[in-house]
Design a protein around this ligand. Sequence first.
Ligand code: C2G
Length: 446
Amino acid sequence: MKTVITYGVFDLFHEGHERLLERARKLGDYLIVGVTTDQYAVERGKLCVVDPIEVRMEHVRNCPYVDLVIVEDHAGQKAEDIQRYHADVLAMGDDWLGKFDVLEALCDVVYLPRTPNISSTLLRGSRFPFLRLGMIGAGRIAERFVREAGFVPGIQISNVYHPHPDSSASLNRFLSNHTSMAKVRTPEKLFDQTDAVYIASPHDTHYAYAKAALEAGKHVLCEKPMCLSGAEAEELFALAESRGLVLMEAVKTAYCPGFIKLCSVVRSGFIGEIVNVECTFTRLTPPGLREWNDLRFGGSFTELGSYILLPIVRLLGADTQDVTFQSVRNENGLDLFTRVFVRKDGILAAGACGIGAKSEGSLVVSGTRGYLYAEAPWWKTQYFELRGEDPSFRKRFVSEFEGDGLRYEIADFLYRIQGHPGRDDRLRPEESVWMAGVMERFLKER
Ligand code: C2G
């Protein structure tokens, strides 16, 4: 018997997939198909898979040329499977031409021509119209956002509104790099021409822009901190819900595969009951920037606090009120370094952030049986390990964090706009509301 093996995501199963499987089966007598998991697809840069794995596997299983369906979930698996199933041929579409030649040491490798004019990407485009996204703010993060959105098929950033006439040089620089993008003179004009809005203006303006956008019927992705008071955040989420719109706070870590895995590992009980969470995020910030000069909303905590509050709220929950702060201040009263302490039912948490001090950017979650250590920069989660009393015990986890990592939140935003339900392992509204409440308390005490 001659065994053939092939792999794919098989999203929105179509004629091109079927024809590939038909020809693959003809190369032998038995066809095994590895269907890529959602998570592994994301790790390989496919951010917009629509059908969940059970649906994709069902489609492949129902295909008359397929004898066995297996799951593909990690790098290196093809070599393992070829040996495990004694495969004689690995068949792949010719979009992969040359990429798997190295496996010729184990079996024949055949690249089959792709069927022209059909793909999951094209089908996604016809099922879901292109999302026209407008940007409010062309400041420091805007350039990165545009670059990262380029990795999410189905989004077109059409225009930008920049609220600060005094920084028009940065707007002009930005526009000269993005000639397809138009400048609009008012937020209303922006709303008229778009389906969704990304807000990247100064912190204290987020709430008003988000509210106006939602009232105009636009989905909103808002930079952190989305709001500086819990009531404002609650109001925005209620408004979004009443209008059937998506509202998301852009804390990029909350949507990246590594951090999602980290929280799941903690929740799965490997380290026992959680007793303490500690994390740090520092970024030495050059003098003269808004962080140092804005006496009302500058400083470390408003700038970086959302990151350190994220693992705390994810792991302790959004119902804790016992929050205190300690800060080291600059001459102008702004915090150059802040520690936040949170306590809930026998669990402690402490986060530290600073724009004027450098420290190790790690995250440690301590439990009754062991602890999780995520190495710096934990907010771009790529590597973490579980450790216990026995120093020789180490369980290691590695994840991809591509580029600047904004692509994951952008993909999630699009996924939800397309009508898929919000996923509970991403940032939830009540968590954003809690973080806004903590910001409010910090600003009041300062
Ligand atoms: N295919 C094809 N013709 C098309 C579209 C796809 O022949 N018009 C083939 C692809 O070349 C691939 C298979 O169908 O061999 C599955 O395609 P995708 O679902 O796009 O999966 P892919 O990204 O190739 O996943 O680890 C392997 C990866 O998961 C491969």
